[in-house]
Design a protein around this ligand. Structure first.
Ligand SMILES: C[S@@+](CC[C@H](N)C(=O)[O-])C[C@H]1O[C@@H](n2cnc3c(N)ncnc32)[C@H](O)[C@@H]1O
Length: 278
């Protein structure tokens, strides 16, 4: 018991530090409903809820899915939730940091109002090799992050690599007043769905990211210019044609399909020593 209290104190200390900004509990029924609708859960789904708090999403999720794994780092919240969910066979509360928790090996969805401060770490975990069983999700993100993930133009190679495997879709804006206490910024619901056919094989993600980083060294430069460092002129002409890339089109404005077409052409036609290294 004493050990548990000590652990509790350590976690509390860590989460109440100056950089911890994640505890904004959702209390707006309309937004909770919209999040559930966006998730389009099936009765057979396993749902991972990241940062379950006091359970404002946990119970609506359990009404719609086969199983809810509710992860919460705050021991007091996790304890409250465990008590509330005691007689609910479909809810499992896991006390811990999502960054340290092993993701399910079988197909799962994520529905969550995540702590904004660790958005990149959470998405990196879900969308990278560790999240190979992650199928789709509905997440509340800080509005700026939601825009970055969903706007087509991007100069972020890692995000582009994720887009080869997943579709990102901006859904609804969530005003900060829908949370208690309200965060400093507004939020938005983003839907993420794994592509049935990845545009680039997952095993090629690192190589693809190196290729994207190479083209994006000068994001406003026409992609055709940058590609001259990889393709010979004879290779480049049909490659641009096939990808429907205009000679003036900048790397930052390429669509996911164009990125994939250019990358796959490099893999097919260019000698490996000319491929950009990560
Ligand atoms: C934005 S609140 C959402 C709470 C609840 N889902 C809701 O919507 O009311 C984020 C929650 O994530 C928890 N949290 C913060 N960092 C975490 C981490 N690294 N791992 C798991 N949970 C975390 C916080 O304690 C907080 O309860």
């Amino acid at each position: 018991m004493r050990r548990q209290n000590k652990k509790h104190r350590t976690i509390r200390k860590c989460i109440s530090g100056p950089n911890f900004t994640g505890q904004h509990l959702l209390h707006h029924p309309g937004t909770i409903r919209q999040l559930m609708e966006t998730a389009r859960l099936q009765p057979t789904d396993t749902v991972l809820e990241i940062g379950a708090g006091k359970g404002s999403l946990t119970f609506p999720l359990a009404e719609r899915a086969a199983r809810v794994l509710a992860v919460e780092v705050d021991a007091a919240f996790a304890e409250t939730l465990r008590e509330k969910a005691e007689r609910h066979p479909r809810i499992t509360v896991l006390l811990g940091d999502i960054r340290d928790i092993r993701l399910p090996a079988k197909p799962f969805c994520v529905v969550a109002n995540i702590p904004f401060a660790i958005t990149t770490a959470i998405l990196g975990k879900l969308l990278g090799p560790e999240g190979k069983a992650f199928q789709r999700g509905a997440l509340i993100l800080e509005k700026g992050a939601a825009r970055r993930f969903t706007e087509e133009a991007t100069a972020d190679p890692r995000l582009l690599a994720w887009r080869m495997q997943f579709r990102f879709e901006m859904r609804t804006a969530v005003p900060r007043a829908h949370f208690a206490p309200p965060p400093r910024v507004d939020a938005a619901i983003v839907r993420i769905v794994r592509r049935e056919q990845p545009l680039v094989p997952a095993a090629e993600s690192r190589r693809f990211a190196a290729f994207a980083a190479y083209l994006l060294r000068q994001p406003r430069l026409p992609a055709a210019e940058a590609l001259r460092g990889i393709f010979t002129p004879a290779q480049l002409r049909p490659t641009l044609q096939l990808a429907r890339v205009d000679r003036a089109q900048t790397a930052v404005s390429l669509s996911p399909e164009q990125w994939a077409s250019l990358f796959l052409a490099m893999r097919r036609h260019v000698a490996p020593y000319r491929w950009p290294k990560g």
